[in-house]
Design a protein around this ligand. Structure first.
Ligand code: ZN
Ligand code: ZN
Length: 581
């Protein structure tokens, strides 16, 4: 069977053929398969270029040509021959020279009378393999030749392609739904976040409302950490470079770290991109015995990574963010129970958030054992433990051979949101390297010194990023315990305002985040505003309610609940908040 990637790649060729037919002056450059489809970059500088309005016609042209694309054939060509064929295309000539100078062979692929220089990986019989309604052209964008802004700007045409029309339609529907749920839009509507050019890109500020959500996420992780036996530590944001030289981040990661300068000391310093090296220093601050282990530290410090400005987006990619981070220092015989407990806590959290998930288990490449550090027996045991736990808990699992870090295997928790999108949120990672680099040790039962094993783990990952995921997952309608405003009291007229304030005071005293709508609008308008803002409970108060010390409850999720005594509502809402329902 032809892989989807091969079909997508083949469609990039078909796109180039269709473009050349309509725009003979176009110069095709490169066209790979990508997530959800393919693209091709063209130079249209010799004449007119297509806009988005031409994409339907171009898609039709591709579909019309497809039946004649019966066989895709490849043949080796000499550099001279290749240069002759592409003599009018400086982009292809550059590629030919580059490939030839490396001594690699050049291949030319031909289908339906269209030739392209290519490495291969196509559908062999496109007309048979590719359903004409399984793809469509999607959008036009500018792209620099080879991604370098010093090079000419080309026109990139993106296409979407799947195995069937149904899959294409499902993707389009999901994308439409994703637009409506965009957390940047929701955060703006609900007043949760501020980005300021004066502060800098990728560095969000949370308003009082937004910070309620962020704090609720952190408090929950904190509760789970306490159940797991973690002690929360507090660590500084700035570190000497020396620390990262020992940890290995300096060599591996320096380009992603932001530097800090002091006017008093010469030390090279960095804003920290992760907490692990600091936690080794807390471990190392006292002699440890086998009886003290496991030692577990959690930390919510803000971390900094020097992301490219173009790649920053809302809360999903940030320069400043925190993690519900934690490190376990333990003996080898404790690895299993520690990983099992952390996994159970992650499962509990995701069930509370009503988010689906699967786990990517990243293992060592057994053919290349020399690439990894640590003893064979520890690797084998750890991998078997992780696989066994996931299997016995029936967690959907994909194994990724060769994807482990050189210092240990890991589980990546992939959350699946309400519209089927996947987000990597957290990790449980075994580390057989860092404790040794920092010379960490404990006294074993027999009196000898041994090196502890370190486990890096997060529960739901970054609270900042997770808040963005949750806003999209719930389409802005957060569960009661996460909602910045949990209940809004709506007085029918001005003469009920004093009673509304009384109710708000009672709710607040019970720990419910409540406010009154004191505007002069009609009740209908107040209700509409509350619904638009996705407030979980709207509490209407008029003459009857004042008389009976009650409220008329309208629940966002369950509809009209009728009148109930204020005390009853407080009890019900408090229970819902406490149990995070
Ligand atoms: Zn190709
Ligand atoms: Zn770590």
């Amino acid at each position: 069977m032809t892989s989807l990637e091969a079909k997508r790649h083949t469609l990039a060729h078909l796109l180039a053929a269709a473009v050349l037919k309509r725009y003979p002056h176009a110069k095709p450059t490169i066209g790979p398969a990508v997530d959800n489809g393919f693209y091709y970059d063209f130079d249209f500088s010799g004449g007119e270029k297509p806009g988005e309005e031409e994409l339907v016609a171009l898609t039709e042209a591709m579909r019309a040509m497809l039946p004649s694309w019966t066989d895709m054939q490849g043949a080796e060509v000499s550099p001279e021959d290749a240069r002759r064929r592409f003599e009018h295309n400086p982009f292809k000539l550059e590629l030919i020279d580059e490939i030839a100078s490396k001594g690699e062979t050049l291949t030319l692929y031909t289908c339906g009378g269209f030739d392209d220089l290519c490495r291969g990986g196509h559908s062999e019989h496109p007309a048979k393999d590719i359903a004409p309604d399984s793809f469509m052209l999607d959008r036009v964008a500018g792209a620099y030749w080879r991604g370098d802004e010093k090079n000419p700007m080309l026109t990139r045409i993106y296409g979407l392609a799947f195995n069937t029309k149904e899959e294409l339609d499902a993707y389009l529907a999901q994308r439409e739904e994703a637009k409506k749920r965009d957390h940047r839009k929701i955060a703006k509507e609900q007043g949760l976040l501020v980005f300021s050019d004066l502060v800098g890109s990728g560095m969000p500020m949370f308003t009082p409302k937004g910070n309620v959500i962020r704090s609720a996420i952190i408090d929950y992780s904190r509760e789970l950490n306490a159940e797991l036996g973690f002690g929360e530590v507090h660590t500084p944001n700035i570190n000497k470079g020396e620390l990262f030289k020992i940890s290995g981040h300096y060599d591996q990661y320096k380009e992603d770290m932001l530097t800090v300068h002091s006017q008093y000391v010469e030390d090279e310093m960095f804003l920290k991109p992760m907490n692990c090296p600091q936690h080794t220093q807390i471990y190392a601050s006292a002699p440890r015995s086998y009886r003290d282990l496991p030692i577990r530290f959690s930390d919510f410090a803000v971390l900094y990574r020097d992301e490219r400005p173009g790649e920053l987006s809302g809360l999903t990619r940030l320069r400043a963010f925190s993690q519900d981070d934690g490190h376990i220092f333990c003996r080898e015989d404790q690895i299993e129970s520690e990983i099992a407990n952390v996994l159970a806590a992650i499962q509990k959290a995701l069930s509370t958030y009503r988010i689906g998930y699967w786990v990517r288990l990243s293992l060592r490449d057994p053919e290349k054992k020399e690439k990894y550090i640590g003893e064979d027996s520890v690797w084998e045991k750890a991998e078997a433990i992780m696989r066994g736990l996931l299997t016995s808990k029936k967690v959907p699992l994909k194994e990724a051979l060769g994807e482990a870090a050189f210092y240990g295997p890991k589980m990546d928790i992939m959350a699946v949101d309400a519209i089927g999108r996947e987000w990597q949120i957290s990790t449980i990672q075994l580390d057989l390297n860092m404790p040794g680099r920092f010379g960490l040790e404990y006294t074993a039962e027999d009196g000898t010194k041994k090196t502890p094993v370190m486990i890096h783990r997060a529960l739901t990952g970054s609270p900042d990023r997770f808040m963005g995921i949750l806003l999209e997952h719930y389409a802005g309608a957060l569960p009661l315990w996460l909602s910045p405003v949990q209940a809004r009291v709506l007085p029918i007229s001005e003469k009920h305002a004093a009673y509304a304030d009384e109710v708000v005071t009672a709710l607040k005293a019970a720990g419910i985040r409540a406010e009154a709508d004191a505007t002069n609008e009609s009740l209908g308008k107040k209700i509409r505003a509350g619904k638009e803002e996705k407030v979980p409970y709207l509490l209407v108060v008029g003459d009857a309610e004042v008389e009976a010390s009650s409220l008329s409850v309208e629940s966002r999720d369950a509809g009209k609940q009728g009148a109930m005594p204020t005390a009853d509502f407080i009890q019900r809402a408090s229970e819902e908040i406490r149990t995070r329902k």
